[in-house]
Design a protein around this ligand. Structure first.
Ligand SMILES: [Zn+2]
Length: 279
């Protein structure tokens, strides 16, 4: 059993923690936290504890948060935040993931898995993995990471932060990073309809995957079998899309394949329209 403590930073009404246009940081953090929790709940042997007030009404003291995580013997603590520079609109922006200076290898490995997935999902600048002496990272006894998923006072980032789908995907990306680290398996008949497909699998779902990969430029034989050619195509896709290149077709890879196929379809439709106009 892996015990994961999740913290949406601050509270709804914490002074100062808001975008110049008034949106509250906690509102962004909460949406990401809920999506992470919902995705983590689809895996086997995961226990979750939320450290902030899920209603946002109370800004739970940081000490109370880390005391709870420590008393619960969490295996990992994930703190979810969104950044601000000067609190006035500016061209700065991007994603940062923090660990404590001198953090354990596990903390650093988790940051190394989660950070690029969040950067890719949000489509924002990569400000890199950083180390900082922050309460949530310092006072927690277990590996801990703090994700700053974009700047609330950035003219570029705010557009992404106001997109609920992007916040959901950020939460799922954080869950996916942890899932890769801990090698989580999806629950049988769990709340997720997505399974993880891998080398050696056979069945109609693999046929669908092969067809989708072919729509993205591959020339696979559609034989419902996850062989070496499919593995190579999957890894190439993962590499191109900033995903963990593990050859496993899990929820995040499936979502990205769907997105790529849909985007491809849109392009074809636009081309068709242009052709029609010319005729
Ligand atoms: Zn914050």
């Amino acid at each position: 059993m892996i015990k994961i403590a999740i913290d949406a930073g601050h509270g709804l009404n914490t002074p100062g923690k808001r975008a110049p246009s008034g949106e509250r940081e906690w509102t962004f953090n909460n949406k990401v936290a809920l999506a992470a929790i919902s995705r983590l709940n689809t895996f086997q042997n995961v226990q979750l504890l939320r450290l902030d007030d899920p209603t946002g009404a109370v800004d739970v003291l940081l000490k109370t948060r880390t005391d709870r995580a420590n008393a619960w013997n969490a295996d990992v603590l994930v703190s979810i935040h969104h950044n601000a520079y000067l609190g006035a609109w500016g061209p700065h922006g991007g994603v940062e993931t923090y660990t404590l200076p001198g953090a354990s290898q596990n903390s650093q490995d988790m940051a190394a898995l989660v950070h690029p997935l969040v950067v890719k999902t949000m489509g924002l600048r990569d400000r890199g993995k950083k180390m900082l002496n922050l309460h949530m990272l310092r006072e927690s006894k277990m590996p801990a990471i703090l994700v700053e998923g974009g700047f609330m006072d950035s003219t570029t980032d705010i557009k992404v932060l106001l997109d609920n789908q992007k916040l959901k995907e950020q939460g799922e990306a954080i869950a996916e990073g942890l899932a890769i680290f801990y090698k989580f398996k999806l629950q049988e008949g769990g709340s997720s309809d997505r399974k993880v497909y891998k080398y050696g699998d056979i069945g109609p779902a693999i046929g669908t995957l092969q067809k989708d990969l072919n729509k993205l430029g591959n020339k696979l034989v559609v034989d419902n079998s996850f062989g070496p050619a499919v593995l190579a195509a999957v890894k190439a896709f993962q590499k191109e899309n900033g995903l963990a290149v593990d050859g496993y077709v899990g929820p995040l890879t499936q979502a990205k394949v769907e997105e790529a196929v849909n985007n491809g379809q849109k392009k074809i439709n636009v081309q068709k329209k242009q052709v029609c106009k010319r005729i």
